[in-house]
Design a protein. Sequence first.
Length: 123
Amino acid sequence: MNVEMTHHIDASEPDERGLYSYFYEYDLYTFSDGPTSYIARSYADTPTEAHFLKRRRGSRETLLCARDLQEPMFAEALAYLGAAGKSELKWLSEKTGYISISIAGADAPPVGKGFWSYIWRRR
């Protein structure tokens, strides 16, 4: 699995007082293995959270589906983010909306065998 992290800042133009209407500082993580990639975002003001945004296969981008949660690469991505200090993980799925799990300490999800049943128990 290849991991690429890029840092972004999205901000409005500052007003006369030097204040921004919006200012977002975040990191984008792209986990890829061949033609499939998972993209996750983590905002600077919530350093323990990460949100999976989408899956990319070739030029097609979609939300995550149940099949993605069974992929070994998705489990590896969760383990990578957990090791990076992201203990609250969320993703938007096609059918069930937002799914959220905590992977802090002893509650860390098993990577590999048993991961799928762990996700469904956490829902």
